[in-house]
Design a protein around this ligand. Structure first.
Ligand SMILES: [Zn+2]
Length: 273
């Protein structure tokens, strides 16, 4: 929604209520406004998925309308899911990072979680063009939201590189930490808290709330994505990215950095092809 120029509240501390709500709460609901669909994770044969989903397992995401869902809402949901599948990841363990240390690469916290692939020939959702979606999310009937500290969480600030990953190589080398600006030797990385690197909850001497890192990397299949702090920084960060990445990644070119406009065009092109 933010990437398309709309205003979306932070659901952990929202002021959306009743009819005075943002475009996201219109679909997902808020206090005094019922959600429009029931969401379920089902097994491949349509039964409720009770166990944790394993690698290579097929499953279904089921959206059952409870109230009328309009074509723009279906289209936005559809784009979101295809964005996750093709350029991002889903779920709580996406923060794990890969390792190239042979004795450690198979450890739980180095595994890749949350990469999904959409199967099936055709989306059940009718495509809606970008302009129509932009007009819809920007309608004046939605509550005006001050994005404040979470303005960065917009696809305008998103980037993705496919076919490449960052990892720890050995005790003293970690391309992942280098990218984030953290010290590379093992055990020292907490000294590098920053916006990009995130921070841990036990920061001393001043206890602080934890904050997610903004770079995510996966080894199988290789994929690296993240956020920069503001839209304007994407351009200015590019030289820094390229300096890091072209050093770490053989024959890396700037063209490999996918940003929102290109991603949205790719998603639309695939829909019509
Ligand atoms: Zn809201």
């Amino acid at each position: 929604m933010r990437g398309l120029g709309g205003k979306a509240c932070d659901p952990t501390e929202t002021e959306c209520q009743d009819k005075n709500h943002c475009v996201v709460c219109e679909l997902f609901g808020c206090t005094g406004w019922a959600r429009k669909f029931r969401f379920q994770v089902l097994s491949a044969d349509g039964k409720p998925q009770k166990c944790q989903i394993e690698a290579d397992q097929k499953f279904q995401l089921s959206f059952t309308p409870l109230r009328p869902v309009i074509d723009k809402e279906w289209a936005l949901l559809d784009v979101t899911l295809r964005l996750i599948a093709d350029y991002g990841a889903i779920g709580g363990r996406t923060v794990f990072k890969p390792s190239d240390e042979s004795s450690r690469a198979d450890k739980e916290h180095h595994k890749d979680y949350g990469l999904i692939q959409i199967l099936g020939e055709k989306s059940p959702v009718e495509p809606v063009d970008r302009k129509t979606l932009e007009d819809y999310v920007r309608l004046s009937r939605w509550r005006e939201v001050d994005h404040g500290d979470f303005a960065w969480a917009s696809l305008e600030n998103f980037w993705c590189v496919k076919g490449r990953y960052l990892a720890r190589q050995d005790q003293n080398t970690s391309t992942f930490n280098r990218m984030n600006g953290r010290p590379e030797p093992k055990g020292q990385s907490s000294q590098g808290d920053s916006w990009l690197a995130g921070r841990r909850a036990h920061g001393q001497p001043n206890p602080q709330s934890p904050e997610s890192k903004k770079v995510f990397s996966f080894k199988k299949p290789p994929r690296t994505f993240g956020f920069v702090e503001q839209e304007s920084e994407l351009a200015s960060l590019c030289p820094k990215f390229i300096r890091y990445l072209s050093h770490e990644w053989k024959n890396f070119s700037e063209q490999e950095i996918l940003t929102f406009n290109r991603i949205l065009n790719e998603l639309s092109a695939r829909r019509t092809s």
